[in-house]
Design a protein around this ligand. Structure first.
Ligand SMILES: [Zn+2]
Length: 104
């Protein structure tokens, strides 16, 4: 009989454990409140971090692209008109990159 009582006590003491940090709450509402306060913002920050990482990656790739374009410009097989087009494209990308990097 005593064992049964203990089991019942444990049932009553049902815990709501936070899946992010393991903190235990008595009521699901308290847990939801805690998650909203402590973890939702963090998630947004994480997402922002990923976005910034992607932007940095994009910038790096574009810098590479400018390098490739500049390499192509000196290719002897290109006509003057083609070289001008490459120069124009490279300058446009460079201008955009400078603009983006200043905005950081
Ligand atoms: Zn938590």
């Amino acid at each position: 009989m005593e064992e049964n009582m203990e089991e019942k006590m444990q049932e009553v003491k049902k815990e709501y454990k936070c899946k992010y940090c393991g903190e235990v709450f008595e009521k699901p509402l308290l847990l939801a409140h805690h998650v909203r306060l402590s973890h939702k913002k963090l998630k947004k920050k994480e997402k922002k971090g990923i976005a910034v990482g992607k932007l940095a990656e994009n910038i790096r790739k574009n810098v590479e692209a400018v390098g490739i374009l500049k390499g192509l410009q000196v290719s002897p097989s290109l006509s003057e008109a083609e070289k001008e087009v490459l120069d124009d494209v490279a300058k446009r990308i460079e201008g955009l990159l400078t603009h983006i990097q200043k905005g950081k």
